[in-house]
Design a protein around this ligand. Structure first.
Ligand code: NAP
Length: 289
């Protein structure tokens, strides 16, 4: 990574560029394996609609078969279970995802829906089986959760070393903060995971060589909470009247950090690239079994 001088603004970790590089690398495998991704959406959450558009667009761009199964907001749990079962059984569908959040009446059954997804086709990496494998070592990260895997692909793209660094993760959700902490640990970082109960958050974030924030509270991380020359990865996305906002005060922090991701255009495109990478890995394992 380019070494920053004190007053230089941070290197921008451009997720669009890094994602394009990942997708280019995947093209030959997509041609050979011909995977198909199905995205299941229930209802009309506007953020979900926008994420799905990005996913479909990237599939198209990279020449991967894709289908959008869009169910009405009043879909019953039984209907959704039946759709999941039919996707599990369809050999032509190599991977599928259930776009979250679901409408309120289905939300409490999310763990059951996720449990009913065949792990070999779980390209979001949300099932207990695939999350559990992440705990073993890098060799078992076959279908890791797409966002943490996307963060690591971004760091790799910019040759940012992880081993021996102190990585501080803010947020401990099952799909972002927690698996990212474990995946960084797998790569020999020293990891601190912070959350809502963490006392004196700033004391922890100031220690970070690599600071990853996945909370969903715009402006949570201010410049005084960041060490000089830290690498700052802003995973948070919040829709505001002024557009999409990350969790980090980008303008002030970029004056202090060595490298920083923008929102939008940072981790978002990497999540999509990592999802497509998982589709390739899922197809590879299905074809060879
Ligand atoms: P989540 O399930 O709501 O988790 C948020 C985490 O932040 C929880 O662990 C919560 O702790 C913690 N938290 C809340 N307030 C905090 C505070 N003041 N200080 C420290 N920690 C605090 O959300 P998520 O699914 O992980 O997503 C997090 C953010 O990333 C959201 O903005 C989401 O939109 C975004 N995201 C972006 C991408 C992408 O591709 N860029 C992908 C996924 C998610 P408790 O659980 O203890 O309350």
């Amino acid at each position: 990574m380019r070494r920053m001088m004190a007053a230089m603004p941070a290197l921008i970790l451009d997720g669009k560029i890094a994602a394009a590089a990942v997708l280019t690398e995947l093209r030959p495998a997509i041609r050979d394996l011909d995977p198909q991704l199905v995205v299941v959406q229930v209802g009309d959450d506007p953020a979900s609609a926008s994420y799905i558009r990005q996913k479909m667009q990237s599939c198209k761009q990279v020449g991967m078969r894709h289908r959008h199964e869009h169910l009405p907001a009043d879909t019953s749990a039984d209907t959704l279970f039946r759709l999941i079962e039919s996707l599990n059984a369809d050999d032509d569908v190599t991977g599928f995802i259930l776009q979250l959040p679901l409408p309120a009446h289905l939300q409490e059954s999310v763990p059951l829906f996720l449990r009913s997804i065949e792990p070999a086709k779980d390209v979001d990496g949300f099932t207990a089986y695939n999350l559990g494998k992440v705990f073993l070592s890098t060799e078992y990260e076959h279908l890791p959760p797409a966002t943490p895997a996307g963060v690591l692909l971004l760091l790799d793209h910019y040759h940012i070393p992880v081993q021996g660094k102190h990585a501080v993760i803010v947020g401990h959700s099952n799909i972002v903060g927690k698996p990212l902490s474990v995946m960084l640990l797998n790569r020999n970082a020293t990891v601190t995971t912070c959350h809502i109960y963490t006392q004196d958050l700033a004391a922890h974030t100031r220690m970070a060589d690599i600071l990853c924030v996945a909370v969903g509270k715009p402006g949570l991380i201010t410049a005084d909470m960041v060490k000089h020359d830290a690498v700052v990865v802003d995973i948070g996305i919040t829709r505001t009247d002024a557009g999409l906002k990350g969790d980090v005060d980008f303008g002030a922090v970029q004056e202090k950090a060595a490298a920083i991701t923008p929102v939008p255009g940072g981790v978002g495109p990497m999540t999509v690239a990592s999802l497509i990478r998982n589709c390739v890995h899922a197809a590879q394992r299905q074809r060879s079994s």
